[in-house]
Design a protein around this ligand. Sequence first.
Ligand code: SF4
Length: 480
Amino acid sequence: VSLASHDPSSVSHDVSVAPTIGFITLGCAKNEADTDRMSALLANAGFHLAHVQLMGSLDEGECDEVAEVVRSSDVVAINTCSFLTSASEEAIAVILDVLAQHDFVPGHTRLVVTGCLPARYGDQLDDELPEVDAFVPVDREDDIVEIIQRVCGLSDAQMSTIGEAVSGPARLRMTEEPWAYVKISDGCDRFCSFCAIPFIRGRYHSRTFAEIDAEIAELVSCGVSEIVLIGQDTGIWGHDFSVPDAEFDVFDLAGMLDALARRYPETWFRVMYLQPEGITDNLLATMARHDTICSYLDIPLQHASAQVIREMNRAGDGPTYLALLERIREQVPHATLRSTFIVGFPGETEDDFDELLDFIEAASFDYAGVFAFSAEEGTVAGERIDQIAEDVRMARARMLQEHAERMGHTRALALRNTRVEVLICGYDEERDCWYGRSQAQAPDVDGVIYVRNVDESHNGMRVAVNIDEVYGFEMEGVLV
Ligand code: SF4
């Protein structure tokens, strides 16, 4: 249980009567950023906070952390993921785990469920989980203070004894890493036939440059050295503004990156979730122009067969994607390429799958995430009658993953005996070694580089490292 960067004494509230809100965050980076934002709203209103970050269902160590959050909290808030049925099931398992905790006292401890699960299942949950005091879908998260006030039965007068609402930070980080995710947009307009996100997160909406810039300024002033820009579809950021931001003259992703690189010259910027259509020559030229914009492109292509891609309600085919990758490699020297693929989409034939295998060989990605198709309730693909048998989907996923890893390992091996710049991010107790990441490695999804001769004084610094060992996607080296 930690609250790394929030010192309650820095806020002038009467903290002796403030309830403690214990956040449990599930799912992806976007949820992590949402928890930080809700935590800031609550802290600014005078509440205490505790927090634990979970990746999915509870393992042994995480059980202890959850028990500690429940023990120390008046209100437990679970920020859920519901992108896939399996994620919804995990969220419900965590809710039931919390309710079963010895220190969860019915009638005394309150339980609030936020995020994607209530956004996806709405009113159905009231009957299924009557023990939950409030469900807060994504589009109501900004009302979290009023909702928690109501759940705790606090009058306006009692709220004012907790503390006058202050305008503190926009975001209360729950981790101490020297990098942070920053959401630049939410929602999605693409309606890929397999995906529930547009129904959960709503239509695409960009955050303004002023908001994004203010959040980054706050993070950089706290020592953050790498900003990872996220959204469901980052490449089209700004297309929904009726007029460009007059103050900053920034109106697309390339312009935003250019402005950020100039305003924060010591900070790395990385963009995730770039759909192919968003990769303009202007964006590539901007990436190539600034050393601090990571030459890293994360492009979820999902498939290579024209037939499957069309049925996914997406655009393109294998040859156009290969041409795109060639254009990127020409314009951004040493670009690192990541993609994700879905296999076993309804109606996917052996020929479609073979085409995807051939594509992966030709594309030679540095990293590729492979997912077996999951039939999601309420989606077009989920309702199709030509579903592929589970054993076939799993076998195809394994085979594609093996291919992708073989290609990725070959590319990683080429880094042996080279010198790279590494941002030192943390300490691995099991290995008794500090580690970091290069521009070619995104947090949470790619490997890390263990650096044998650095210590705590290097944490958060960028250092030159000679790589002398490569094990799959993990590397090891020494400080130069
Ligand atoms: S681009 Fe497609 S897969 Fe990605 S969030 Fe939007 S609808 Fe879902």
